[in-house]
Design a protein around this ligand. Structure first.
Ligand code: NAD
Ligand code: WQD
Length: 370
């Protein structure tokens, strides 16, 4: 299948691109590198021995997007590109609505123009708002508590209305719970800019010595040990969920929604302890005030995805922290800094192809080189 991946250089995107390449799909990536670097795509090429084709473009640039879709003629699009920091969305709501909602509108227009009506969208468990009825099922009434969450909710509604209005569309909204971990090679992983907003990358940076201690937001929740409980999901399991959704959409039209979670919750202290074991390091922490807007506990009901997509998360917390630690230890400061916008697409694609062919040659038994 020819698959166009927006935001394919980012954390979840790069792991999904790797899986798509490994499964033999032809992959095209659109990214503006606002929160990523082309190094992830070079490493994906080195891991898979195959190259995705990169287009540096912003979803807000409708003309470029139309050109990319026209040139690549994808069978399906996986749409990761978006801004995702909750706190930043409160400070800069318009930036979030513009980037996430207008970016998605531009993408849908470009898809329509190119005659591609197959879409997998990155939604989020954030659309369950402050719901406390657990586990969270797909039919739970949606709400939002911040502009980021509202962009996801608006986009989900927009996609449902589109599929209802034009029966040629096949659309999946995947509601991720808390994605963590990294590819088992330790070559690709999450590379947050500045102070991490999320728990697991923060813990990883404490373990590697970049930060002193973890602030645990609240120790008096009605949970197993008083700290917040979440459904952490390994990013490689999450990537596999996208391929399962693509298969499902290939045979049906309409709009569909699935939770991608494990169905199991872990507390903040359980995460810190598991990480400390994996890294064989002390991970200092202190309990501080609750973070405004946090719920005590949430976890998915993952049954719908299992029954309809035949997908379920295979990796548990121990593997999540082990893989996350391997990535963090090998890349304490994430991917090396670079300014991709100074290089044209041809040059970056040449580098990606070179990384792929080196890897393919190294593993090709007919070359006697290894
Ligand atoms: P990420 O920031 O690592 O990846 C997003 C990618 O999109 C980046 O490479 C960024 O450069 C690109 N991008 C952003 N705006 C763009 C634009 N206008 N044009 C082109 N490229 C653009 O984030 P991620 O963690 O991989 O998340 C991917 C998607 O999953 C996002 O839509 C996010 O909201 C959603 N999601 C993430 C989480 C999470 O905790 N990581 C949870 C639920 C949902
Ligand atoms: C997990 C737990 C915190 C940091 C967020 C977004 C959500 C989705 C996933 C995109 C909570 C506690 C955290 C820290 C802590 N993203 N914590 N110290 O809040 O469940 O979800 O990311 O869609 O929309 O809201 O994830 O990793 O921030 O927090 O104690 O330094 O860890 O209170 O209990 P969250 P998180």
């Amino acid at each position: 299948m020819r698959v166009l991946v927006t935001g394919g250089a980012g954390y979840i995107g790069s792991h999904t691109v790797l899986l798509l390449l490994e499964e033999g799909h032809e992959v095209f990536v659109v990214d503006n590198f606002s929160n990523s670097s082309p190094e992830s795509l070079r490493r994906v090429a080195a891991l898979s021995g195959r190259a995705a084709t990169l287009y540096q473009a912003d979803l807000l640039d409708a003309e470029s997007l139309n050109r990319v879709l026209g040139e690549t003629k994808p069978d399906a699009v996986i749409h990761f590109a978006g801004l995702k920091a909750v706190g930043e969305s409160v400070a800069k709501p318009l930036m979030y609505y513009r980037n996430n909602v207008t970016g998605t509108l531009n993408l849908l227009d470009a898809m329509e123009l190119a005659g591609c009506r197959n879409l997998v969208f990155s939604s989020s468990a954030t659309v369950y708002g402050e719901c406390t009825e657990l586990p969270l099922v797909e039919t739970t009434q949606r709400s939002a508590t911040n502009p980021y969450g509202r962009t996801k909710l608006h986009i989900e509604e927009m996609l449902e209305e589109l599929a209802a209005a034009d029966e040629r569309w096949s659309i999946a909204a995947l509601r991720y719970f808390n994605p963590v971990g990294a590819h088992e090679s330790g070559r690709i992983g999450e590379d947050p800019q500045g102070i991490p907003n999320n728990l697991m990358p923060f813990v990883a940076q404490v373990a590697v010595g970049r930060r002193d201690k973890v602030n645990v937001f609240g120790g008096d929740y009605p949970t197993v040990d008083g700290t917040g409980v979440r459904d952490y999901i390994h990013v490689v399991d999450l990537a596999a969920g996208h391929l399962a959704a693509l298969d499902y959409l290939a045979q049906r039209t309409g709009s569909f929604v699935w939770n991608l979670g494990t169905g199991e919750g872990s507390s903040v202290l359980e995460v810190i302890q598991a990480f400390a074991r994996a890294a064989d390091k002390d991970v200092p922490y202190q309990i501080v005030d609750r973070r405004p807007g946090d719920v005590a506990e949430n976890y998915a009901d993952p049954v719908k995805a299992r029954l309809e997509l035949g997908w379920k998360a295979e990796r548990g917390l121990e593997q999540m922290v082990q893989d996350m630690w391997r990535w963090q230890e090998q890349n304490p400061y994430g991917f090396p800094d670079e300014q991709p916008e100074s290089l044209p697409d041809e040059e970056l694609n040449e580098q990606i192809r070179l990384a792929a062919s080196k890897a393919a040659t190294a593993t090709d038994p007919t070359t006697n080189k290894n």
